[in-house]
Structures are given as C-alpha cells and as structure tokens.
Design a protein around this ligand. Structure first.
Ligand code: SAH
Length: 496
C-alpha cells in the first residue's frame, strides 16, 4: 500500500470515535492532544472516558447508531471489536467522503495513524502502511532512545529566534552552519540540562557575535521616457548614491549621465524578441550585487510597475531578504501624451483611459477586444511596431469606428520625437509610410484628434491635413528638406 503522508490540523474540528474501550480511550487521548472536538459513540465507556464526559471534554452518544452522527465530522475512528459494525462504518463514511481509520484493520481504513515520536513542535511519524506495524513500533522505540527529550525545547527556541537569525545571517550557507552549531553545541547541552533560560541567553549571545552582514540594497527606479528633466528628485538621489546601476536599453544616455561618475553601469536591456539578459539573469545579478553589500539601482524606462516587470523583481528580492525601495517614474503613456499635446482624458471626448500592452502573441490573445473597442475612451498601447496591423484589424472587427483618431508617438520626449497622426482605418499603413520604429506608443481615441492643434514639442505631427498645417505654422517658413523623409507631410506641402 502506497500512502500519502500528511499532518492534519484537527483543532476545533469534530472527530467521531466509535467504541468506548481501552483502544478508543488511547485514540481519544491523542485526538484531544491535537485539540479535536471528540464525539464518542458507544453503549459503555471506560472509567476515564466517563470522567472526560462528565468534565465535558468529550461528547457522548449512547443510543443506537444513526447516520446523523456523521454530520459535521471530519474524521472517523472505528475502535470496536465488531467487524460487521466496522465494515458498515467504513462504507457509510466513504459515501460521505469522510476519512476513516479502523483500528488494526489496514484494508478497511482510508487513513492510517502512524507510530509517533512526539517532541512537539517536532513530530516524527512512522508508517509501514499496515504491512509491518511491529517494525514501525520497533523503529519508534529505537528513535525514542536516540532523540533527547529536550529536542522539542530546542525546536521552540529555534522558532523563537528564526526571524532574527534570518536577518542577521541572510546567506544560506553560513546560516546553515549557525543552526548546526546551535543544535549540536552548548545551547543544546543547556537544554538537556533543563536550563531553558541559560540556553536562550547562550543562543542570543552566539547570534550577536555572528559576523554582521554587509547591508546591500536595491532601489527600483523609474527613469521616465527619456527626457532627463522628467526624472523625480528621488530618482536623482538614488542615482547619485548608487554603486551599481543595472539599466534597460530604453533608458536614455542623458539620464545615465546624471548618475554617480564611478558607479558601475550594466546594461541588461531587453528588446521584444531579442532578450539580452533573461529575467532570471537580471534577478541573479541584482542579488549578487546586493549581497556583496552594494547599493544597487535597477533603472527602468518609464515606471517600474507599468509593463516593466518591476513587480517580479521586487517579489524576488523580498523573498531573498534584500532591502528594497521603489521610485516611480513617468510612464510612456503619460509622457508621450503630454509631449504630443494629447490629453488622455477630456470632459468632451474620453472619460477613461486604458494602458494596454500588445507586445507579443500571448499578451494580444488575452486582451478583451470588445471592451477595448468601446467609444469615448482612450487606449494607450505599449507595443512593438510590428503589432499595429493586428491591433487595427481586431479593433475594427470589434466595432471601433475606422474614423477614430490616433497619434503614434515615436521616441516620445526625446529630441528625435516624431508624432504620426491619422485614423484607425489607415493606422498600419501610416506607420509603414513613415517607417515608425520602436520605442513607439499608440494613443487611440477621440482625444488623439487634439494633437493637431495642441502639439507643442518638437516637429509638428505628421499626417496633419493641409488645413491644419496652414493654421498651425506658416508653411513656407518650414525647412522642407528637413521633412523630406516624411512623405505624408511632403505630400501635404506639395499639395499647397
Ligand atoms: N515601463 C515602461 C514601459 C516598458 S514597455 C513605462 O512605464 O513606460 C516598452 C514600451 O514602452 C515600448 O515598446 C513603447 O511602446 C513604450 N515606450 C517606452 N518609452 C517610450 C518613448 N520614449 N516613446 C514612445 N514609447 C515609449
């Protein structure tokens, strides 16, 4: 018989014991030790069981057996010598999916009670699956003599100090040897001598004299979209204090220039489809530098918690006991909207805005396209430019009007910023005509139409109508050559 070992929490859970003899009494004693609520069904009880009933430590049911006894019961222990009764109990309990132990009948039992060496909170359980109970019992006796009674006190002491030991000795290997010396050295000896207070003092002293860890730390910093002026003061301070900077490819040179001169800079850039360093690799680097006592800045484009995997990095570092902070950054959607003159919400045009990513097949497939295609809302789409055609098709399929305006912002907030505008029906085509490259952010929705009148940074949007260009700038004053590559505008100018 192949059994699955488990330790059950029976505290305040009802267990039905059938039988009132010496065997039942032993089982009930163990169940009470686990703070179970015991109901005993038997016509006659031992003296001790009667005593427990009178003390209300257990409930007694003396009448004829009825199935209602199974109500609210988590486990059944059948401790009668009546084989027919045991069989019937096991069958009825099985129908109700209640685990049953029939004492000394492995075949009828759906759970077994192991032989136990109790050094609470430490418990060692041995089972032979009912095949060799004598062997299990012998083994238990052997272990009983090997394991000192003070083991439980030692486990309790270790539990008490666990958090402090972890903080003081964060690295696995030295922590392990500290525990080894704790369990084998003078602390364990003092416990064997029945001197728990002296043992605790000795353990605390050993902990205090353990070599102090070098306290490295990690700050996840949002670098914003590129313009160094969009860094926060906190980000700047972190960059000034950093020993090591792990930065994404998207982080601009202008931002990196602001960091401490002698900080070690490591690019762990990732590009869609072309991963330089895997996420696991980044985790390992962060951990290694922090453990070496360094002040590490993990510098990410935009905001670390917006499509930046900052959450995963924070989880990982916390799990490894590294002290962490997070400095938010201006995310691409917010920055690109501002620098393209597109308010993401507007009383007249959009009451909500959604940040969406469509970087790859898996992110596309999980999107709720019907919801994304609704009117009077703004979509800010973080994506690879290659995804535009799919995006256009899906949104049109789900009913977004072909006339919905968009603004596609390439290299937002940087000197090279370009904004291409148009309508959803010709989105992919416009991007192709203007050879838009990553990083680019798409703003789709009624508000995008405002780019043509509200743009204020860099060159005017490409794809504005002749009328718009006339209104915005004196066309003849434009250095035509500078726009020669942007065929849309060129066409517009020719038209003039
Ligand atoms: N954590 C970042 C987003 C990382 S995903 C943030 O909060 O901004 C990368 C995507 O962000 C790019 O594919 C692009 O869609 C967008 N992006 C980032 N910087 C950008 C910029 N300067 N201009 C336009 N889009 C940008």
């Amino acid at each position: 018989m192949k059994l699955y070992p488990l330790f059950a929490d029976l505290s305040q859970r009802t267990v039905l014991v059938v039988g009132g003899g010496a065997v039942a009494e032993r089982k009930i004693e163990a169940l009470l030790g686990a703070r179970a609520l015991v109901t005993v069904h038997a016509p006659i009880l031992t003296e001790r069981l009667q005593h427990w009933v009178s003390e209300k430590r257990i409930a007694h049911h003396a009448g004829a057996f009825e199935e209602g006894l199974f109500d609210r019961v988590w486990l059944v222990v059948a401790a009668t010598s009546d084989h027919v009764m045991n069989r019937r109990l096991a069958a009825l309990a099985a129908q109700r999916r209640i685990f049953t132990n029939v004492v000394d009948d492995a075949a009828l039992s759906s759970f077994h009670v192991p032989a136990v060496i109790d050094r609470a909170p430490l418990i060692i359980a041995i089972s032979s699956g009912g095949d060799a109970p004598m062997l299990a019992r012998l083994l238990r006796e052997r272990l009983e003599t090997l394991l000192d009674d003070s083991l439980g006190a030692l486990a309790t002491l270790a539990q008490k100090l666990r958090q402090r030991i972890r903080m003081r000795i964060p690295d696995m290997a030295p922590r392990r040897s500290f525990y080894e010396s704790l369990f084998a050295g003078p602390v364990a000896a003092l416990l064997r001598q029945g001197r728990p207070d002296a043992a605790l003092a000795a353990a605390e002293q050993a902990l205090a004299s353990a070599p102090a860890p070098v306290a490295g730390s990690v700050v996840l910093v949002g670098a914003g979209p590129g313009d160094p002026g969009l860094l926060t003061l906190r980000a700047l301070r972190a960059l000034n204090e950093a020993d090591v900077i792990l930065h994404d490819r998207l982080v601009g040179a202008g931002v990196l220039e602001l960091a401490r001169r002698d900080a070690q800079r490591i690019e762990v850039g990732k590009q869609a489809g072309n991963h330089h360093t895997t996420q696991d690799g980044i985790h390992a680097l962060l951990l290694a530098h922090a453990r070496a006592g360094k002040r590490v800045v993990r510098l990410k484009g935009g905001d670390p918690f917006v499509f930046g995997r900052g959450g995963e990095e924070l989880e990982f570092l916390r799990e490894h006991g590294i002290s962490c902070e997070v400095v938010p950054g201006i995310t691409a959607a917010v920055a690109c909207a501002a620098y393209a003159g597109v308010p993401l919400t507007h009383r007249d045009h959009a009451q909500s805005v959604r940040f969406v990513t469509a970087h790859c097949q898996s992110s596309r497939d999980t999107l709720d396209w019907a919801a994304l295609a609704q009117e009077r809302q703004t979509l800010a789409v973080y994506m690879g430019v290659a995804e535009l055609a799919t995006l256009q098709t899906r949104l049109l399929e789900h009913g977004r009007a072909a006339s919905t305006p968009f603004a596609l912002i390439e290299n937002g907030t940087r000197a090279e910023q370009r904004v291409v505008t148009g309508t959803l029906g010709i989105l992919a085509e416009r991007a192709l005509v203007h050879a838009v490259r990553s990083p680019a952010l798409l703003i789709l929705g009624e508000v995008a139409a405002l780019a043509s009148t509200l743009a204020w940074f860099g060159s005017p949007p490409l794809g504005a109508t002749v009328h718009d260009i006339r209104a915005a700038v004196p066309v003849r004053a434009l250095p035509v050559a500078a726009f020669a590559e942007h065929s849309g505008l060129l066409a517009a100018i020719h038209h003039v």
